[in-house]
Design a protein around this ligand. Sequence first.
Ligand SMILES: [Zn+2]
Length: 158
Amino acid sequence: MSCNFGGLKMDDAEKREFLISALAPVRDALEVEKSKKQLFTEFEINPAKCPLCGHALSEKVSRSLRALRRVLCISCGRRFNAWTGTPMEGAHFSPAEYILIRLAVSVGLDIQGLAELTGKSRSFATAWTGKFRNSAHGGQEGTPSYEPTSNGGNPPPG
Ligand SMILES: [Zn+2]
């Protein structure tokens, strides 16, 4: 089955509708626990250490951190949660939603569509679309880059 919607001619509303119907089952299937695990791995979160000073945390504090609770580091006296210092910092939504929003933006769902898919406000959708679009152009390592293959000096046909 080919799913080459990029090659089809669709107007914005059709494309939005198509993407929402394609992404809705993903939204419903994302599990909070698995999504959390995924992001801990991606962001290289080490719940055994304070992200601000590197102090080793007690088992109890580390457990709280894994449960996404705010904790206090007894070494530096600062409060933080597992997302401190990651792209999820300050995000008031679940890791599952983070993964969904990132996917939706990367496949080209527009702001109105993102608001519909997530059931959130337009300003929310605008802000997070901006964040993910910017990070996609950040040129970080591991980001696939599409270099146009130069034609080796061959003359164009004709
Ligand atoms: Zn600390």
